[in-house]
Design a binder for this molecule. Structure first.
Ligand code: HEC
Ligand code: HEC
Length: 271
C-alpha cells in the first residue's frame, strides 16, 4: 500500500472512514498500482469546503508566482483545468508537489497533509473557492460502471469505440473540471450545453435525420447524424426541424460511490 507507507495520514483517514468501500479500495489500489506507470492509484477522496479555502491560500502563497493567478502561466500546464503533462491521479499530484518537477524548475514543497489536501482540492475544482465538493473514486471501477451498470457507453463514444449519439468523451478531462463532470452526471439539466440537444429533421427530399446539433445559425444547422456523419443543412431545405426541449442525458440513478468512480474514470480521459 504505497500511500500508507509514505505517511498520508489524513488522506487515508478519509478512506478508512468509508469502511464499506475499503475492501474494494485496497483491491483496486493493488491492481492499479501494478498497472499504471507511476504505480499511483486514485484513492477515495472527498473535497470539503474547508479544504478548498485552505487550498486557495496555499496556491496564492506557493504556486501563483510561477503558475499565475489562473494557473496558465507555465507552458503546457493548466492547473485549473487539470491539464498536466504527466500527472493523472491525485497521488501523482501529491508526488509532483512534494518532490518537485522538471528537473528542479519546479521546487519540492513541504506542505502538511492538510495543506496538501487543500491545494489538490483547489486544483480539482477548477480554482473555485466556492466550488462544490467533488468525490473521486476508483478509475478502474469507473470504467466498468461506464461500460456496464451506468449504461454510458450506450450513447457515448470513448477512444474510437461506441456510438455517435452523444458527445465523444475521449478528451473530456481536458474540457471539463472534475466538478463539471460530476454535475454532468448528477444534474445534467444545469451542466450541459443546450446546443448539444437531440434534433429530428425532415428534409424536402423526405430524408428523416435524427442526430445531435453541433452548431446553428440563422440559415444553417450543423449536426452529427446517427451514423456519425457530420451534416450541414440549409434551413430553407427543411420541412421539419425539431430540437429536443430537455437534455437527452437523464439524471443518474447510480449511487454516490458509482458516480465518484465515474468521475475518476472520466478524469483519465484526455488525449
Ligand atoms: C518556481 C516556479 C514554480 C512554482 C513555485 C510551482 N511550480 Fe509547478 N511547475 C513549474 C514548472 C516549470 C512546471 C513544468 C514542468 C514541465 O514542463 O514538465 C510545473 C509543473 C507543474 C505541474 C504539472 C506536472 C506534470 O508533470 O504533470 C503541476 C501539477 C504543478 N506544477 C503544480 C504546482 C503547485 C500545486 C505548486 C504550488 C504548491 C507549484 N506547481 C509551484 C514551476 C513551478
Ligand atoms: C441516452 C443517451 C445518454 C446516456 C445513456 C448517457 N449520456 Fe451523457 N450525454 C448525452 C448527451 C446527448 C449529451 C450532450 C448534452 C445533452 O443533450 O444532454 C451528454 C453529455 C454528457 C457529458 C458532458 C460532455 C461534455 O462535452 O461536456 C458527460 C460528462 C456525460 N454525458 C457523461 C455521461 C456518463 C458518465 C453517463 C453514464 C452514467 C452518460 N453520460 C450517459 C447522452 C447520454
Amino acid at each position: 500500500m504505497p500511500e500508507a507507507a509514505n505517511g498520508g495520514a489524513s488522506w487515508w483517514t478519509d478512506a478508512l472512514d468509508q469502511s464499506r468501500r475499503i475492501g474494494a479500495t485496497l483491491l483496486a489500489a493493488a491492481t492499479i498500482a501494478a498497472t499504471t506507470a507511476g504505480g499511483a492509484e486514485m484513492a477515495d477522496h472527498t473535497y470539503t469546503a474547508e479544504a478548498l479555502a485552505t487550498g486557495a491560500e496555499v496556491y496564492v502563497e506557493n504556486c501563483a508566482l510561477c503558475h499565475g493567478p489562473d494557473g496558465t502561466w507555465v507552458p503546457d500546464v493548466n492547473l485549473a483545468r487539470g491539464e498536466f503533462p504527466t500527472v493523472v491521479t491525485d497521488a501523482d499530484l501529491r508526488r509532483v508537489i512534494t518532490e518537485g518537477a522538471a528537473g528542479g524548475r519546479m521546487p519540492a514543497f513541504n506542505l502538511n497533509a492538510n495543506r496538501l489536501d487543500g491545494i489538490i482540492a483547489f486544483m480539482r475544482t477548477g480554482f473555485d473557492p466556492d466550488g462544490e465538493p467533488v468525490m473521486l473514486g476508483d478509475a478502474r471501477r469507473g470504467a466498468t460502471v461506464f461500460n456496464g451498470a451506468g449504461g454510458c457507453s450506450a450513447c457515448h463514444r470513448v477512444n474510437g469505440v461506441g456510438p455517435y449519439t452523444a458527445p465523444d468523451l475521449s478528451n473530456v478531462a481536458r474540457r471539463r473540471t472534475p466538478a463539471a463532470l460530476q454535475r454532468a452526471i448528477r444534474q445534467p439539466e444545469t451542466a450541459l450545453l443546450p446546443i448539444n440537444r437531440a434534433v429530428t429533421i425532415l428534409t424536402r427530399d423526405e430524408e428523416l435525420i435524427e442526430g445531435r446539433r453541433l452548431n446553428e445559425d440563422t440559415f444553417t444547422v450543423q449536426l452529427m447524424d446517427a451514423k456519425g456523419q457530420l451534416r450541414s443543412l440549409a434551413k430553407a431545405d427543411l420541412v421539419r426541424f425539431e430540437v429536443a426541449q430537455a437534455p437527452t442525458h437523464q439524471p443518474t440513478l447510480l449511487s454516490d460511490d458509482d458516480v465518484a468512480d465515474l468521475v475518476a474514470y472520466l478524469l483519465t480521459l484526455r488525449r
